[in-house]
Ligand binder design. Structure first.
Ligand code: G6P
Ligand code: MG
Length: 219
């Protein structure tokens, strides 16, 4: 039976913002004298800003108060937003527009489920702010991925039962979130190596729409 909706993660699936997140955290961490590298950055994929900060601060040489943590998170976000200003529709990841067109032809609903509080800003910058039937982002939720909240909210906004949805993710935390929402899970990029995903592909250019809508690899 074909699924009724496809719910996409944003960062790493529709647009690659990883490098900007890395640069933002790196600049903040260097200023604070906190060790940070690309390997640690991998653990921040898909998780919220404050959870990311908690991971970054594991290497800190002292404790930070709640107020100080808020200041550090804001500072990183300021650096990140400066870098984001440079993104354009050219930064939409390959395959995205073709997949959206194919889904539209089949009357399949689409949504975004992102942990990011910058999701709308990013969608506007890449010209896709009205390309999806619903958006759920970091401003709407209490519990970040791997909790299912953001995927469940996206399904609710589409008025489609989670069981009839497939989620597309590049992060392990995101795949866990999709599975906890009782949806089919497609793993791309980094998550294409994650065995828990039902259907795993390199990126959106390699996706088979029939397999996507079955939510599994049928070979
Ligand atoms: C996405 C990224 C994460 C990031 C999170 C929060 O899920 O993959 O790396 O930490 O969004 O982003 P924000 O824009 O709210 O700081
Ligand atoms: Mg992602």
């Amino acid at each position: 039976m074909s699924l009724k909706a496809v719910i996409f993660d944003l960062d790493g699936v529709i647009v690659s913002t990883d490098e900007f997140h890395y640069q933002g955290w790196k600049r903040m961490a260097d200023e604070e004298g906190i060790y940070f590298d690309r390997k640690i950055n991998e653990d921040l994929r898909g998780v919220s800003r404050m959870e990311s900060l908690r991971i970054v601060l594991k290497k800190a040489l002292r404790e930070y108060s709640t107020e100080e943590k808020a200041v550090l998170a804001d500072r990183k976000n300021k650096y990140y937003k400066e870098l984001l200003q440079n993104i354009t529709p050219n930064d939409i990841l390959p395959g995205t527009l073709d997949v959206l067109r194919e889904l539209d032809k089949r009357n399949i609903k689409t949504a975004i489920a992102s942990s990011s509080k910058n999701a709308w800003r990013i969608l506007e910058l890449i010209g896709l702010s009205s390309a999806f039937d619903a958006v759920a982002d970091g401003n709407d939720i209490k519990n970040s991925k791997p909790d299912p909240e953001v995927f469940l909210l996206a399904a609710k906004r589409l008025s489609i039962d989670p069981f009839d949805c497939v989620g597309v993710e590049d992060a392990e935390a995101g795949i866990d979130s999709i599975l906890a929402a009782n949806m089919k899970a497609v793993g791309l990029g980094y998550a294409s190596a994650y065995p828990k995903a039902h259907y795993r592909v390199k990126d959106l250019t390699c996706i088979d729409i029939e397999k996507l809508l079955l939510g599994r690899d049928v070979d």
